[in-house]
Design a protein around this ligand. Sequence first.
Ligand SMILES: C[S@@+](CC[C@H](N)C(=O)[O-])C[C@H]1O[C@@H](n2cnc3c(N)ncnc32)[C@H](O)[C@@H]1O
Length: 509
Amino acid sequence: MATWTSGYVAEISYTQGFYRELAPTLLRFVALSKAMRARGADEPLSYCELGCGQGFSVNVLAAANPHITFHATDFNPTHVAGARALAAAAGTENLTVYDDAFAELLVRDSLPSFDIIALHGIWSWISDENRRVIAAFIKAHLKVGGLVYISYNALPGWASGMPLRRLLVDHAGAATGPIDKRIDAALAFSERIRGANSAYFRANPGVGDRLDRMKNASRNYLAHEHLNKDWQPFYHADVAADLDEAKLTFVGSTSVLDHVDNISLSQPQRDLLADVSHPALRETVRDFLINQQFRRDMFQKGPVALSPLDLQDDWADQRFALTVRRADVNMQVDGTAGRMGLLPEVYGPILDAFADGPRTVRQIANDPAIAGLGWSRLRQAITVLIGSDQMHPCLPEAGDAVRAVRTRAFNRAVMLKARTSAELTHLASPVIGSGVPVDRFGQLFLLAEAENAPDPVRFAAATLEALGQRVVKEGRRLEDPEEHIAEFRAQFETFNTRRRPLLAQLGIA
Ligand SMILES: C[S@@+](CC[C@H](N)C(=O)[O-])C[C@H]1O[C@@H](n2cnc3c(N)ncnc32)[C@H](O)[C@@H]1O
């Protein structure tokens, strides 16, 4: 048993996720949407990620934002080794990854002050003592005006699920053997309890769905999500109080769909919320209205409201890009208040204006169809498109070419890994300063081109075949070589029509 872990799961690595909420461009947009002043995402900022896991997100961001100095820590040395190896393979020089525990980072010499400190999936999974250390770190190292992104399991959404998690922990803790097998056994045992007409499952109907979702989740995810010694969901008000020690003020959610009340709340809920003026209580009431399970909050040290003129200017100068093809934009958006259709007369002209690539608001605002919408509807529509993950705020165009040199090198390092695994799911975009999903097929096709392979289809198929791998389609492994290559050809056509033009706009293909 390792002693550095403080009860944190270390025997199984965490998943290689990419989280767009960590992107400086998105965080700046949260401030803009809430009419707060924040430093430009294109400025030479300093950024620190606490508990970076395998470090894929911070690697993508460092490659896509070479003007920002990134620091990251995770006390799991296996995670750090992987994060450093990817940075080295990509030649990313603006990222330093430490294997410090939070308490060690707090006392490390020569750390700069940061414009952004981010922690995703940390706060609920560490001890009270480590939460105090993080608050102290933020207090010592965040610049005035700096932003903090923090996510955590929330109440009341987790209330009924807490006993299920406890059951898993107790069962897995009492067993021996590898952790994934213990998780399997704990899930099977929980299933038996449900099957025994358990009154707990009957009284809490959502718990059965939660158990079903757990059964389908990766064992690495479940180990880190649920099996730590420390695991605690929070009310927003308590997190805000803890961070108040570091002089932080809540600005808004990075799930920016939440900024648009008529998508996230019903009319009676909006009326009710209008009666609550205390900021922390408002958030808590909101969480009761939607049974919030997971919060993604952004705080700021010393927020300053933008004047109406500055706000208008900042919006006008901000560049945005679609992250799905115009033809593929989903006009039904799922908010917490249910599914809402996007009005074609509002969204149509806006989507058309962005169809051929990124634009600033100023560039599209003179189009009569858009001018007719007015500022407020335009801003709301852009916020909804970002919140539904169909659009992203961009860095300024002037730096695209310089950034593309770095993202090309990074993407190549990622695509080389696609030869053996589908684990890395995003490529870096110099345009949005963030990651864009590109599956293994897409990565292999792009790699083939980067390596001047004469036939990307054969290159990609042969790469898998050399490892004895085959595409599995509708549950069937495509063993027949002709069928296998036909599948790659079909994927290539889809990639060329649906993804490539978009990836070109985002500076990736
Ligand atoms: C649930 S994972 C989240 C990882 C990453 N932020 C993500 O979302 O993919 C939590 C991470 O925090 C790290 N961690 C936990 N306690 C820590 C501590 N005291 N100091 C440094 N890292 C810690 C773990 O090793 C793990 O990689």
